[in-house]
Design a protein around this ligand. Structure first.
Ligand SMILES: [Fe+2]
Length: 341
């Protein structure tokens, strides 16, 4: 854990209270020093003083709670100052617990233990989420022709979502959906997934089941709730001819429609064993034909193609590691679940 307090005697006091437990304790005198430690080391708990020179306790707390990499680190705020306003300021800034001096050693130990327990539970959830993303990557890698597909999809979908002014929650759902939409294919045998030639009716049924299977794989994860509509409905068709529910028009969740258009565009513009890659312009023309035939959301296709043709950079090179548009979200979405390499 990390103790942030400018007064040495306070840090020593806290250390003494916690010495009966096997904790590894780092200390910082000032906020910048503490932020550096947080960026480098795995910290499971921050104990800090409300009053600090320079950056105040609540400001420090807000800073780490606004950063995706540290937002789940619990914060225990300690203060000399009595008064409800202080406690409110601490809690509003995102502190998880608040203690007023004089500190009672048994209370400090109990609070610290509770916060660390909570941290451990969050860690295991995060781990489960990372496993799902790794599984999704494994699905992608089963097919050498779709390498980089998920990354591009996340890019295209978030780009379109941003141009439509979608909320942050939906943009995150699109980003995650880019990676997780086909996770249900883990349950589709290779013999069907990679079959050369036409699938028979039974094989099609198995293939189509990847939408519902993917949804049930991700459903237990509370943090993935907003992605479920993308996973379930990304093969619905504007005219109602898609699967699994035969939804029509705007019944199909917007996030699923966006991912679908991006998915088709990517399939058209990359080489597959049975076809060469189309140019971006030909891919847009194909999408427009599909919209005219009633298969795709016409307005959305129009937006997508406009972004492509305007060369606004939104549909620029997705393999680029420079994701300036995503950075505009305030936090680096790319770092959320962007698999290394
Ligand atoms: Fe799919």
């Amino acid at each position: 854990m990390l103790i942030l307090d400018q007064v040495e005697v306070n840090r020593r006091l806290l250390r003494a209270m916690l010495k009966s437990e096997p904790y590894l304790i780092r200390e910082a005198r000032r906020a910048p020093e503490a932020l550096e430690i947080l960026a480098k080391d795995k910290i499971d708990l921050v104990i800090l003083d409300l009053m600090m020179p320079g950056m105040s306790g609540p400001d420090f707390c807000r800073t780490i709670k606004a950063d995706r990499r540290t937002q789940l680190v619990p914060v225990l705020m300690v203060t000399n100052a009595h008064g409800v306003e202080n406690e409110v300021a601490g809690i509003v800034s995102g502190a998880d617990e608040f203690l007023t001096k004089p500190l009672h050693p048994a209370v400090v130990r109990a609070r610290v233990r509770a916060l660390l327990r909570h941290r451990a539970a969050v860690d295991s959830l995060e781990e489960a989420e990372s496993i799902l993303f790794a599984l999704a990557q494994a699905v992608e890698q089963r097919d050498p022709y779709t390498a980089g597909h998920c990354q591009r999809l996340a890019w295209y979908s978030v780009s379109v979502g941003m141009s439509l002014g979608l909320a942050r929650r939906e943009l995150i759902a699109l980003h995650r959906g880019g990676f997780l939409h086909d996770i249900g294919k883990i349950a589709v045998p290779d013999a069907i997934l990679h079959k050369k030639g036409r699938l028979d009716e039974r094989e099609w049924e198995v293939m189509r089941s990847h939408t519902c299977k993917g949804e049930s794989i991700c459903r237990p994860m509370k943090s993935l709730q907003a992605v479920l509509p993308v996973i379930r409905s990304h093969h619905e068709r504007w005219d109602g001819g898609g699967y699994p529910d035969g939804l029509k028009g705007e019944e199909i969740p917007l996030v699923a429609r966006i991912l679908q258009v991006a998915d088709i565009y990517d399939a058209l513009t990359t080489v597959r064993p049975y076809k060469p890659a189309l140019s971006p312009e030909s891919a847009c023309e194909t999408l427009e034909k599909e919209a005219a035939a009633g298969w795709r959301d016409p307005e959305l296709v129009q937006t997508f193609c406009r972004l492509q043709r305007e060369g606004s950079g939104l549909l620029g090179d997705p393999s680029s590691t420079d994701w300036p548009q995503l950075e505009q979200l305030g936090q680096s979405l790319a770092a959320v679940h962007f698999p290394p390499g």
